[in-house]
Write a new protein. Structure first.
Length: 214
């Protein structure tokens, strides 16, 4: 084979062979991957989960949110009844057994920081109002009963308290944080206002006065 033929064959082979990466240009196979891909996937998954939750709430309704909206609109929906174990003594207490009295129903937990400041104000209100047909009722939820009793001892709480360990009753009221307070009229209806956050002393007195007039 002539030298000219050899050169022609080498030229053709070089033209058809795959390119090899140079030391300064690493070989890339397939689609370039980005470090952002896992974050984007997680964000999309979160959005999808929120949409599913929203659709479920719209389809089934949220009784807690319905109660708050009704009270805000000036209506008086029936307070969901419950029977729970007492923290201030033995036995159980049923909300409906307190009909004929106004009930300040306070949702709390021993790990709730604002609840520590609110507890003495609720105790003082209990002492001021219990002789006028009012019951201050604490409902400890998402908590251990031993921790709740320790909280009551430390803060001098003597008003009635019940334990809603797994939070089933709190869910029925649509409780989204602690402390949270409802006012129950003598005939067992939610009235006046629904309060998210700690109560001030003057707010307690004002709302109990209004509830007693219902």
């Amino acid at each position: 084979m002539s030298s000219r033929a050899v050169k022609e064959r080498s030229r053709r082979a070089a033209a058809t062979a795959p390119l090899r990466p140079t030391p300064n240009q690493p070989h890339r196979v397939g689609r370039r991957l980005s470090w952002k891909s896992p974050l984007q996937a997680a964000a999309l998954g979160l959005v999808a989960a929120l949409l599913v939750l929203l659709a479920w709430r719209l389809a089934t309704g949220d009784p807690g949110n319905g109660l708050a909206a009704a009270v805000a609109a000036g209506r008086a929906p029936a307070a969901p009844d419950f029977e729970l174990s007492r923290l201030d003594g033995g036995g159980k207490l049923r909300l409906s057994s307190l009909q004929g009295k106004v009930v300040l129903l306070n949702f709390w937990a021993s790990w709730c920081v604002p609840c520590k400041g609110e507890a003495p104000r609720l105790e003082a209100a209990w002492r001021r109002w219990r002789g006028r047909g009012v019951v201050v009722l604490g409902l400890d939820t998402h908590d251990f009963s031993s921790d709740a009793r320790g909280f009551m001892r430390r803060h001098g709480v003597t008003y009635p308290n019940v334990h809603d360990g797994p939070g089933g009753t709190a869910d029925r009221y649509g409780s989204g944080g602690f402390p949270e307070t409802w006012f129950v009229s003598r005939d067992g209806r939610l009235v006046v206002e629904h309060v998210n956050g700690p109560l001030a002393a003057e707010q307690i007195d004002r709302d109990l006065s209004l509830a007693l007039r219902r």
